[in-house]
Ligand binder design. Structure first.
Ligand SMILES: NC(=O)c1ccc[n+]([C@@H]2O[C@H](COP(=O)([O-])OP(=O)(O)OC[C@H]3O[C@@H](n4cnc5c(N)ncnc54)[C@H](OP(=O)(O)O)[C@@H]3O)[C@@H](O)[C@H]2O)c1
Length: 230
């Protein structure tokens, strides 16, 4: 009886595919979304867990074939080249992952009628004004920002059902990433972990969260957002 209940509950759960589930944000989203969704985590080259599926988002055929096979309802697209310096130096690579990869994901979602949540960045703005809204005109000042903004356009042009979330700096623990960045930022702002740091105008706000919790909060906020719409 219990088995039947569990099975029917599983059937009722919507299927959520998370690209970049081996990354800082994607791994948190995949973890907390499991409560409400049947989560299919995807990784690019470094799996975090054994049930994740490998997908290179720059390979169009691979994307279409995998998306079709898993019969998904919603995709959270967090996969990206996030190394800002690398994007500046290897522009072709950044373009391929952040723009062409996003186009592949958006087009595949469109073909299958799936909803898409694309994680963009506040780097689409130049930082001059601050407190940005959707109405503000983007003006990226580095190539990473250029490619993320172009990724947004790929979403709006190739997909019908989408959300675009522009996240700010994320902090959190990850097995092989970001720890150095956290320490560096903490040192730079006087030994305390602070978020919202903007060089130049000292526009800091102190946070009481440990970094891990902040990353979870980002993930949870996005999941709640999706729940209301899915
Ligand atoms: N970190 C921040 O402060 C920040 C701020 C604002 C917005 N964002 C946005 O939030 C999202 C998540 O950022 P994050 O910091 O969590 O990223 P991250 O830790 O650097 O992880 C990036 C993810 O993308 C995957 N990936 C890279 N190239 C791929 C490819 N060709 N095919 C498939 N997967 C690929 C990586 O997979 P493998 O490692 O397995 O190769 C990894 O899972 C990104 O879209 C980023 O632009 C981040």
């Amino acid at each position: 009886m219990l088995e039947i209940d569990v099975a029917s509950e599983r059937e009722m759960k919507k299927r959520l595919l998370v690209t970049g589930a081996s990354g800082l944000l994607g791994s948190k989203i995949a973890k907390i979304a499991r409560e409400d969704y049947e989560v299919i985590p995807l990784y690019g080259s470094k799996p975090l867990n054994s049930n994740a599926l490998k997908l290179d988002i720059t390979e169009r055929e691979q994307v279409f074939s995998l998306f079709k096979k898993v019969k998904l309802d919603t995709v959270i697209h967090t996969a990206s080249e996030t190394n800002v310096d690398k994007c500046e130096i290897q522009k072709d690579h950044a373009l391929r992952v952040n723009v062409e990869g996003t186009r592949n994901v958006a087009s595949a979602c469109s073909k299958l009628g799936a909803k898409l949540i694309y994680i963009s960045t506040d780097y689409v703005f130049d930082g001059e004004k601050g407190n940005y809204t959707e109405q503000d005109k983007p003006n990226p000042i580095n190539y990473y920002g250029v490619t993320k903004l172009e990724g947004e356009k790929q979403v709006t042009q190739n997909c019908q059902k989408y959300f675009i979330l522009r996240a700010s700096v994320l902090y959190g623990w990850h097995p092989w990433k970001h720890v150095i960045a956290i320490c560096y930022t903490a040192k730079k702002v006087g030994g305390q972990i602070k978020a919202g740091a903007k060089e130049g105008n000292a526009n800091f706000f102190k946070i009481n969260y440990i970094p891990e919790k902040l990353a979870f909060d980002h993930a949870k906020m996005m999941k709640d957002y999706i729940s209301g719409a899915a």
